[in-house]
Design a protein around this ligand. Structure first.
Ligand SMILES: Cc1cc2nc3c(=O)[nH]c(=O)nc-3n(C[C@H](O)[C@H](O)[C@H](O)COP(=O)(O)OP(=O)(O)OC[C@H]3O[C@@H](n4cnc5c(N)ncnc54)[C@H](O)[C@@H]3O)c2cc1C
Length: 408
């Protein structure tokens, strides 16, 4: 187990500087264009693939970093560049983690390379869990997966929504209900291979922010996938369902606890994205406040402006500390007894929303125009309090740990 540290080691600093260079030289200059186009920035993803940022190797290296700081450091730098483009780059990683965490070695080896493609022909992947009637309330999911034993195939039917890269992905990871009695413990994840008949893109959403990231519905109509596409395999699923049924009989709460607790480990990564956006807006505001003169002096010479910057910087640093603590806990298997993962995501996402709004204020009229990036950053920041569990859901989870109520 690695001791918790707030100091990046030399190797991490090197990676951080390399990522920062890519974010500053490639991502940031492209941000406004892809925001306006509202399209997946394929050329930027390709550039990231060429230098090795868009790859499983890179993602896995950060994911398994025992200090826990690899992923938050990488997320912060890429999202500092631009949130929409960065999400297009890391969105595949979120689907890949689903396979890394639950898949067999064979599934990992077969599907993850197809999620990324290669630098000459990049591909993306999508993770499809949310549904029109199952957002915060994941347990009310309706998409069904039924096993056809004669053919050793699973048949998937349902509609997924809000899927990042949904419909344009080479590989879709779809969460579906295999036993409706067990709530979220009766869910299983499936790979839908490229060009599988029955999977189609529904509506593509026109969004408020992160507009370079593709978000769409995914419709599944009698989608047949081989038995080998059930993540983890049938034997493991059957064992897991049998255990869940026994626990449900003994008293349902433990079943729900286990399901909710798994999100704690992934939430700090979203917190780190929010820290990146907040830091980007803060830096623009600080530069502006130092150079913009009114009443014969830089506006930062007014306490009213300088104190805002002081508050912005303080909350960004506080958010980063919560994110790093939770990431370290996740990698080192520490129990999230006070929902520290949710705390980090809640605080960092609310900070990003607030700090980006303050940045607009400091830039005055310029802050309100698309000539400057802070209005885009403010639109982008609004996503962090919504996806991967809304702020209300984070509070619910934290409050339940405090009051001794079960997390569900
Ligand atoms: C751009 C974008 C990308 C996304 N990417 C993905 C993806 O790749 N894959 C995926 O599966 N999903 C994805 N999502 C879905 C996302 O995780 C959901 O939008 C989120 O979980 C919220 O669900 P909902 O939108 O249905 O809101 P709802 O659950 O309907 O919530 C609406 C409001 O009610 C509040 N609320 C709900 N229940 C409670 C409660 N018990 N107590 C207090 N308040 C409550 C919520 O906090 C919120 O303010 C994405 C969403 C967006 C917008």
């Amino acid at each position: 187990m690695a001791e918790f540290t707030m100091e990046l080691n030399d190797e991490q600093k090197e990676v951080r500087d390399w990522l920062h260079g890519f974010a500053a030289d490639v991502i940031r200059p492209a941000a406004a264009e892809w925001d306006e186009r509202e399209e997946t920035p394929w050329p930027v993803i390709q550039e990231a693939a060429k230098v090795g940022i868009y790859s499983l190797d890179f993602y896995a290296q950060q994911y398994f970093d025992p200090t826990g700081l690899g992923i938050p450091m990488a997320m912060e730098e890429l999202f500092w560049g631009d949130a929409g483009i960065a999400l297009s780059i890391v969105g595949t990683g979120l689907a890949a983690v689903g396979v890394l965490a639950n898949g067999t070695e064979e599934q990992i080896g077969t599907w993850i390379p197809q999620m990324y493609g290669d630098a000459g022909d990049v591909k993306v992947a999508a993770f499809c869990s949310s549904e029109p009637d199952a957002g915060s309330d994941v347990a009310s999911m309706r998409t069904r997966a039924v096993y056809d034993e004669a053919k050793d195939e699973w048949v998937l039917n349902g509609t997924k929504t809000w899927a990042t890269n949904g419909g344009i992905a080479n590989v879709h990871v779809v969460v579906a209900v295999v036993d409706a009695e067990l709530g979220s413990k009766g869910h299983a994840s499936f790979i839908v291979p490229p060009n599988t008949p029955g999977l189609s893109q529904g509506q593509k959403f026109k969004k408020h922010g992160i507009r370079a990231s593709h978000t769409a519905e995914v419709v599944l109509e009698d989608v047949r996938v081989p038995g080998s596409c059930l993540l983890g395999g049938k034997e493991k699923l059957d064992e897991r369902l049998a255990r869940a049924r026994e626990r449900a009989k003994a008293g349902g709460e433990r079943v729900k606890n286990a399901a909710m607790a798994t999100f704690e480990a992934s939430r700090p990564a979203v917190g780190a994205m929010a820290v990146g956006t907040a830091r980007a807006a803060y830096e623009v505001a600080l530069d502006y406040a130092r150079t913009r003169e009114q009443f014969g002096r830089p506006i930062i010479d007014n306490q009213g402006v300088a104190f805002q910057l002081a508050d912005m910087r303080t909350s960004i640093d506080a958010a980063r500390l919560l994110v790093w603590r939770a990431s370290w806990m996740a990698v080192n298997g520490k129990p999230f007894t006070a929902a520290e993962g949710s705390m980090s995501k809640l605080f960092a996402s609310e900070t990003a929303k607030k700090v980006t709004a303050q940045a607009i204020q400091i830039l005055g009229g310029n802050g309100y125009t698309r000539e400057y990036p802070v209005e885009r950053m403010h639109r982008d920041a609004a996503i962090y309090t919504i996806f991967e569990g809304t702020s209300e859901v984070q509070r619910l989870v934290i409050a339940r740990t405090l009051s001794g109520m079960p997390i569900r």
